[in-house]
Design a protein around this ligand. Structure first.
Ligand code: 5AD
Ligand code: SF4
Length: 442
């Protein structure tokens, strides 16, 4: 009898690190004979890679697992695995709530997944493995990856976080900051280049503190510079930058080396010094504004994006107005705005003076309105200019419409044939919108 095909469907929630982990899961499972499918209905293994940074992500995940109950009933051979940050923090709850989930695995147990799946298949038993100590980094982590995009690759340089922002659950689920040795990262990037990647994004919760935990304490600025010299890699991006650790050398390298893209993601989180202190961010409003000024002065055409939390416990209207002031003065190209959501085990969970939901929602809308207006104005500055675009692919709705990104991370849509996919092309900008630009190939 023909052996049943092993088809794997992965559902990814959350940040870029999770996107990378999903590519690694795809690599690990393909080594055991699985093939990826976009069709959940035809798969026989579904893996959820989860996020727990905000309550919303948790609720979305529960909805998606719930949808699989019927599928599992119709196909008892289907195996369901839940991994990543929420599995790490709420593994037991997931197993109780969804008894038909076969495997729960934590953020430190990715490498154990093939064995857990094998066990579920052979013994038909359920298993849960969520180690709590930070796993040791291994250069093999970087070897086994099936990339989603041919032209682009994620490159983790650190895992975990040593900061303790009072609202944030990441240090609890990802552990202490650990850096990959420089040589392992170089080797990985060289192989990516040979494999056709032209753009890479260096990843870490705080890339700027790279190297603090390893011998010789190599600095992020030097890693960035050396990586930008690797043959074939045309664009180097990096995220996320904690404002307190963004050094002059890093800014200088972005302005100096042509392959390093002019985009800095610099989460401000809040505007008032009082709230920044409660958040334990370790900088003031004036420091942040000074940093933005320095970046703009030194890097031509730089785009600065940010994350902002609205409605942190105790945030007053005056505090919020200072957030609006920072937004007005910084003129962010884009801001990812979030309503504060209390996370179990964090310091902020126990803080008093919770802001009422209606107040949070009203502030959130005001912030969004202001930022949308600024994003549009900033985008209009590019009208009439010709920008280099790395083509990502064609639009789902119209295959003649291509979409790509500029060096400073603006999305540009334009007409062209699919042959241009994954190539660098010059596009003249003719229309500007809040979220993207439109133009024509020159
Ligand atoms: N509530 C709301 N937003 C949060 N973030 C992190 N933790 C929380 C929380 N508890 C946001 C921060 C961070 C981004 C990834 O998610 O803005 O930079
Ligand atoms: Fe969370 Fe702060 Fe670390 Fe970012 S720097 S992951 S917000 S603790």
């Amino acid at each position: 009898m023909e052996e049943e095909k092993k088809l794997l469907h992965i559902v990814t929630f959350g940040c870029q690190m999770n996107k990378f982990d999903s590519e690694r899961i795809a690599g690990l499972m393909s080594a055991t004979g699985y093939r990826l499918t976009n069709e959940v209905n035809s798969s026989n293994l579904v893996i959820f890679n989860t996020c727990c940074v905000r309550k919303h992500a948790e609720q979305r995940l529960y909805g998606r697992i719930g949808e699989l109950k019927r599928l599992k009933k119709n196909n008892p051979n289907l195996k369901i695995a839940v991994g990543g940050c929420l599995a790490q923090s709420e593994g037991r709850k997931i197993q109780e709530k969804f008894p038909y989930v076969d495997i729960v695995f934590g953020t430190h147990n990715l490498n154990d997944l093939p064995q857990l799946v094998e066990k579920a298949l052979v013994e038909n038993t359920k298993s849960s493995l969520c180690e709590t100590s930070s796993s040791v980094l291994d250069s093999k982590d970087l070897e086994c990856v099936i990339r989603k995009d041919k032209h682009h690759a994620w490159v983790p340089i650190t895992i975990g976080c040593n900061n303790s922002c009072s609202y944030c659950i990441v240090p609890y689920v990802r552990g202490k900051e650990r850096s990959y040795p420089k040589e392992d990262i170089f080797e990985f990037v060289r192989n990516l280049s040979l494999d056709g990647a032209v753009e890479i994004t260096l990843l870490g919760q705080n890339v700027n503190s790279y190297g603090n935990d390893i011998y010789g304490k190599p600095e992020f600025s030097s890693l960035l510079k050396e990586i930008s010299g690797i043959d074939g890699i045309k664009r180097v991006r990096f995220t996320t930058s904690h404002p307190k650790d963004l050094t002059d050398e890093i800014i200088d390298n972005v302005s100096r080396y042509p392959n390093i893209c002019e985009h800095i993601h610099l989460p401000v989180q809040a505007g008032s010094d009082r709230v920044l202190k409660l958040m334990n961010r370790k900088y003031t409003k004036d420091y942040y504004l000074g940093l933005v000024e320095k970046i703009r002065k030194n890097i031509q055409d730089v785009s600065i994006t940010t994350d902002i939390i609205v409605g942190f416990p105790g945030e007053t209207e005056d505090d919020f107005k200072e957030t609006l002031e920072v937004v007005e003065k910084s003129r962010f190209d884009q801001a990812f705005t979030f309503i504060y959501s209390s996370r179990k085990g964090t310091k902020a969970e126990t803080m008093k003076d919770e802001v009422k939901y209606e107040v949070k929602a009203e502030r959130f809308n005001r912030l969004l309105c202001l930022q949308n207006q600024i994003s549009l104005e900033e985008n209009k500055k590019y009208l009439g200019r010709t920008l280099e675009v790395l083509v990502e692919g064609s639009s789902k709705k119209d295959s003649n419409i291509l979409s790509g990104r500029t060096r400073n991370n603006k999305v540009v849509n334009f007409e062209g044939s699919f042959d241009l996919a994954h190539k660098l092309v010059d596009v003249k900008i003719e229309e500007a919108f809040t979220w993207f630009l439109k133009g024509s190939v020159v």
